[in-house]
Every structure is written in structure tokens, then in C-alpha cells.
Design a protein around this ligand. Structure first.
Ligand SMILES: Nc1ncnc2c1ncn2[C@@H]1O[C@H](COP(=O)(O)OP(=O)(O)OP(=O)(O)O)[C@@H](O)[C@H]1O
Ligand SMILES: [Mg+2]
Length: 479
């Protein structure tokens, strides 16, 4: 079947030449030609191309345009056509997962790429994508039947076309992951304890004959202790990754003739939004808990390093984790409302909102729920968990539910106060790994099963689609 090509280029003459050259191609048909960005957005919707050839458009920068298109249409293949002067951008484009061909374009090059790029026009037509006027999209995940193997390891064609420059990292499929954020707007309520226990619980679960691949992430960037609670080293850590990202961003800035010291935060944000990191590199930054196979991305060892971590680093990291091979990603957070925490909340499919049955903790959860409701955060995603419950409490769970104005059908999870917990934190041995039964262990299991019902014979249930909130996140965080 012929691939449908959309050409985005304001050089009408050379597109006409190409059109003639490809008129009889059995691999490729030009479905549309846009000379303006707005027109290109419309054509992406109307002609549902498989591939987009980005020539040049004066009003925009191709890397950024490609990233915007890809957010809305993650399955598309992109080709940048470069003049000999523009070929200095080749590594930059390759990094974004864009194929690069030299101008004047040889039709054989495009045909070769058409042979190896996935056929997606039909599947895209089924996806309920809507592009908002500002270019934001209301659904970011690719159709689940998109062949991920194609995107992860493009196959070289058995076709002797003129030399084709291949991207080193083709974008991986956007299969949804289960990202669970454990949060509580008060210190010491048990977030890290619950994150650790859930992470261990999930890594002990099996699907289709193998263990779940679980990553725990310590987003308590300055004072995180997740690694300590498992007796793990704090190096490498998230700061090692941030340094790598900075190297990449600074190279981009220098490539554009800018002095990195003079680049403003908003410009770094822009650079960051135009790059894609390879999920395969994550292994360089994690430490492993050998007893269970759990991987951990720990917070920096030195508090000063946490001061250098910016919103765009975290955005890139979370985005990359979402495309990694992990089945479950568990994020432990700080009791604050910094960028790190807000992003961890918005990236999550589910949030465990942890509190203690004490009035100050309850009050802060109520305030947080109010904020999230104002930001139109889907409440179905939040599971409230009261930790350290004693036999007799001043407030019943029903009273707490009413105070939070939760739907009567919404269960509040509870974990008992248990002397074992303190010992398990001090020894670095999770309650989940203790032999025998205990009420705390059972409570964690109940919470874990509710978050992610795992059947060892079956595949993992699909993560919920993230719907509309990503544009809202951008507006909220970055204006
Ligand atoms: N269910 C429990 N039973 C008994 N003690 C508990 C329980 N949960 C937590 N604790 C105690 O509370 C202490 C604080 O827990 P934890 O560090 O998990 O809280 P946190 O919310 O992560 O704190 P921070 O806000 O500082 O990150 C732990 O050291 C542990 O001793
Ligand atoms: Mg903690």
C-alpha cells in the first residue's frame, strides 16, 4: 500500500518538481502540500498522512514544529529536507528522531523511507484527536495497535536507494505506563514508607510469566530518603541525568550561536520541549534493589544539586519514563507544591493522597483537593489513604470522606499504625518482605491491588488514557 506523504514547504517550485517525479511511484503518494503552518495542521487532520516531509517554512523552526506535530500525531514519521548549509543541523534532527535527506531531494530516498516507515494513516483516522487552536491536543497517546517494534528498531530496507541518513533514535511508541504518584501535603505522614512498600509489592507481582518491571522515583529532590529506606547507594541519581540533559541543551544553544550563560529559563524550556531523550539511557541513572529487582531513580546526594534541577528537566525525565520499558513507575514526592510535585501529580495515572488522621493533615489534604478541583484535575484518579490509623480515632473514615466532599462510593484506604514499620525503615527491609502476615502488610496489598489489579496469567490492564489535562498543565506551569 502506498504511503501518504504531506509536504510542508513554502518552496512551491521544488515541490512541483518532486510531485512530477513521484507521480508514478508505487511506494509513495503526495496527499497534500502545505505552505503555512496553519494549513499543515488542517492537512494533518484531513489527509491523515503516514509521513511528513519538512522542507522549509519561513515563519517557523522545523524542530519545534516537528515536536508540536508529534505531540498531536505521535505515530507520524518525519523527514527534514536540508540544504548543504542546513546539514549542520543533522545531529540535532537525528536527536529528535527525524530522518534527514539532502536537497535536492532524490525521490528514491523518500521511497526508501516510505518502505520502512509504519503505515498509520488508517489507524490515525480512528483516534479521537482534536487539535485546539493553540496547537495543543486533547489526546496524546498513540493507537495501542501501533507496532512498537517498528519505532524502536527501524529496519534497514533491502533496497539500494541513494544514501539515506537515518536517525539514531527513532521515537518509541507512546504506550501508556502506570505512573503512580504518592503524595501528601504534610511532612512525615508516611509517603516514603507507602511508596517503598507499593514499589516492592508491585515488583513481586507477575504478569504473563514474568515479574513486573517497576521503577521507583524519588521526587523529594532536596531531602529525599527513598534510597536509604532500602539500603541503596545514592549514586547515580537524578542529578546525573540532569547534567546529561544540560549538556545536550547547551550544545543546542551553542549550535545556534548563543552563550549558554545568557540563555533565559523560558528559552531553556523551549529547547527542552524540542528534544526527545532515549528511554534506553535510563539504565545509566538507576540503582537496583537486587533482592526484588526493583529499580530506583534516587534524588541527588548533595542538596545543592537539587537547586539546579528545573521544571523542564523534570518534564523531560517524566516524559522519557513514560516511554520506558517499565510497567509501573512509582513516584515519591515531597510535602510541597513545587514544580516537581505538581508535575508528578499531573503526569500520574493515579495518585495516592496520604494523610494521617490528625486535623492538620486532614486540613491540608482538603486544601489540596480544592486546588486540584480548580485545576479540573480528574478526581477519579485520586485514592485517599489514611496512614497510621489506631484502633480508636477521633475521626472516622466516613467523617473524613464527608469533610473532603468525596463521592460516597469512594473508598478511603487505611494503613494501621504498626510498630514493625519503624523497625523496617531502620533496617532497610520492607514490611512486604517480612515473612508472615501483619495488618500493615495486608493493608498495603489491598491498596496495591486497588491501584493495579494484576492477574499473573494476563497482560497488565491498560493505563487510563490521560485525556485533556496536559495542555492545562502547560498553561498552569509555564503560562
Ligand atoms: N503505618 C505506620 N506505622 C508506624 N509508623 C509509621 C507508619 N508509617 C510511617 N511511620 C513512621 O513515620 C515516619 C515517617 O514516614 P515517612 O518518612 O514515610 O513519611 P513521609 O511522608 O515520607 O515524610 P516526608 O514528608 O518527610 O517525606 C517513618 O520513619 C516511620 O517510622
Ligand atoms: Mg518522604
Amino acid at each position: 500500500m502506498k504511503k501518504n506523504l504531506l509536504i510542508v514547504d513554502d518552496d512551491i517550485q521544488s515541490v512541483n518538481v518532486l510531485r512530477q517525479q513521484l507521480a508514478t511511484s508505487q511506494w509513495l503518494a503526495i496527499g497534500g502540500h502545505a505552505t503555512k503552518v496553519e494549513e499543515a495542521w488542517k492537512m494533518l487532520q484531513s489527509i491523515r498522512p503516514d509521513m511528513v516531509l519538512l522542507g522549509g517554512i519561513k515563519e517557523t523552526e522545523r524542530g519545534v514544529l516537528c515536536q508540536q506535530f508529534r505531540l498531536a500525531h505521535p505515530h507520524l514519521s518525519f523527514i527534514a529536507a536540508c540544504t548543504s548549509q542546513e546539514l549542520i543541523w543533522e545531529p540535532f534532527f537525528r536527536n529528535l528522531g527525524i530522518w534527514v535527506v539532502a536537497k535536492p531531494i532524490q525521490p528514491g530516498q523518500l521511497e526508501a523511507l516510505a518502505m520502512i516507515s509504519p503505515n498509520v494513516g488508517a489507524t490515525a483516522a480512528a483516534a479521537p484527536l482534536t487539535v485546539q487552536p493553540d496547537g495543543m491536543v486533547s489526546l496524546l497517546s498513540a493507537p495501542s495497535h501501533f507496532p512498537s517494534s517498528v519505532s524502536e528498531s527501524p529496519v534497514q530496507p533491502e533496497y539500494h536507494a541513494p544514501p539515506v541518513i537515518q536517525p539514531s533514535s527513532f521515537p518509541t511508541s507512546q504506550k501508556a505506563k502506570h505512573l503512580i504518584t504518592v503524595y501528601g501535603p504534610k511532612g512525615g505522614v508516611g509517603k516514603t514508607f507507602i511508596s517503598r512498600e507499593l514499589a516492592i509489592f508491585f515488583s513481586m507481582q507477575k504478569i504473563e510469566g514474568r515479574s513486573l518491571r517497576v521503577l521507583a522515583v524519588d521526587f523529594n529532590l532536596d531531602l529525599g530518603t527513598f534510597a536509604t529506606t532500602l539500603n541503596l547507594p545514592r549514586s547515580p541519581n537524578i542529578y546525573s541525568w540532569v547534567q546529561e540533559i544540560d549538556n545536550q541543551l547547551q550544545a543546542m544553544a551553542k549550535g545556534q550561536g548563543k552563550d549558554p550563560l545568557l540563555v533565559r529559563n523560558e528559552e531553556w524550556q523551549e529547547y527542552a520541549s524540542s528534544i526527545t531523550l532515549s528511554p534506553h539511557d535510563i539504565s545509566k541513572y538507576i540503582v537496583s534493589h537486587t533482592e526484588t529487582g526493583l529499580d530506583v531513580l534516587t534524588s541527588p546526594r548533595d542538596i545543592r544539586h537539587s537547586f539546579e534541577i528545573r521544571d523542564y528537566h523534570l518534564y523531560l525525565i517524566l516524559e522519557t519514563l513514560k516511554h520506558s520499558h517499565y510497567d509501573v513507575i512509582l513516584v515519591d514526592t515531597a510535602p510541597d507544591t513545587t514544580d516537581a510535585t505538581i508535575q508528578a501529580l499531573f503526569f500520574a495515572e493515579q495518585v495516592v493522597m496520604v494523610g494521617n488522621p490528625v486535623v492538620d493533615s486532614i486540613e491540608n489534604i482538603q486544601r489540596l483537593l480544592k486546588l486540584l478541583r480548580e485545576a479540573e484535575y480528574p478526581e477519579t484518579r485520586i485514592q485517599v489513604c489514611m496512614n497510621r490509623l489506631q484502633r480508636k480515632e477521633m475521626f472516622t473514615l466516613d467523617e473524613i470522606r464527608a469533610y473532603f466532599q468525596l463521592h460516597p462510593s469512594k473508598k478511603i484506604f487505611s494503613i494501621p499504625d504498626d510498630a514493625q514499620v519503624k523497625k523496617s525503615i531502620n533496617s532497610g527491609i520492607p514490611v512486604m518482605l517480612h515473612p508472615g502476615r501483619s495488618s500493615a502488610k495486608e493493608a498495603i496489598e489491598t491498596l496495591g491491588k486497588a491501584l493495579l489489579p494484576v492477574d499473573s496469567d494476563k497482560a497488565l490492564p491498560k493505563a487510563q488514557s490521560k485525556g485533556k489535562e496536559r495542555p492545562a498543565l502547560f498553561r498552569w506551569l509555564w503560562g
